[in-house]
Design a protein around this ligand. Sequence first.
Ligand SMILES: [Fe+2]
Length: 236
Amino acid sequence: MNHITTNEICTCTMCKNNNTTMSIEQCPQAHHKLSLSELIYFIDLSLTKCDQLSDQIDPGFTSSCSNEYPRSLIMSLLKQYGSHHPKDWHKYECWNGTETYTRNLIAHHSNRFTLMLVCWKGGPSPIHNHAGSDCLMSVLRGIVRETKYYIPENEHNIEKLDVKEIVEMQEGAVHLINDHIGLHKMETLDENQQAVTLHCYIPPYLDCFTFDIKDDDIETNIAHTTYDTEYGKTVS
Ligand SMILES: [Fe+2]
């Protein structure tokens, strides 16, 4: 952490958005390496005025909440956190021997956000939507590949899913997905690679749709949000 000897009031984007009057020395956004607890604190602070987000828990393709919270600020916080090779997320790192990826809950505020660490070791997630929420993601280790699909016109009668884009994201990258942008699946580049990603869901959601491509058919299911670990402890 840098040590700055000044009492000058910080005017960075985060302090201005939150009407915070902290000194440059105190402000983690502008001058310090964010810790995980500081990241959680500032995400929560940024969403304090956004209680209307709580009404948007729906597994379908509802409208996005993107205009109702400071998305760019939170993306910059995730970028800042992931850019200095932090190690304090390691206590949430869990690799389940039988699963291709492991979901580890770090923080949850029912009306505002969920923060989750995902450990990838080959094999894709299901193709899924995000239930009207935003998923802001930072790559903490390795490289992940996203295959993005166009949103089907009729969510109740899906005949095919068309690939919109394939993106590879390196360590330090930040990324956004929501139901306006598309559906997606995530995976590592191959089975021998590991990757770790940090996901912030705004607002949290309980259920989303998953899509399984079978020959000429698309099977749609509702997936309930579950975790392999919660707050560093295995879920029994
Ligand atoms: Fe996703």
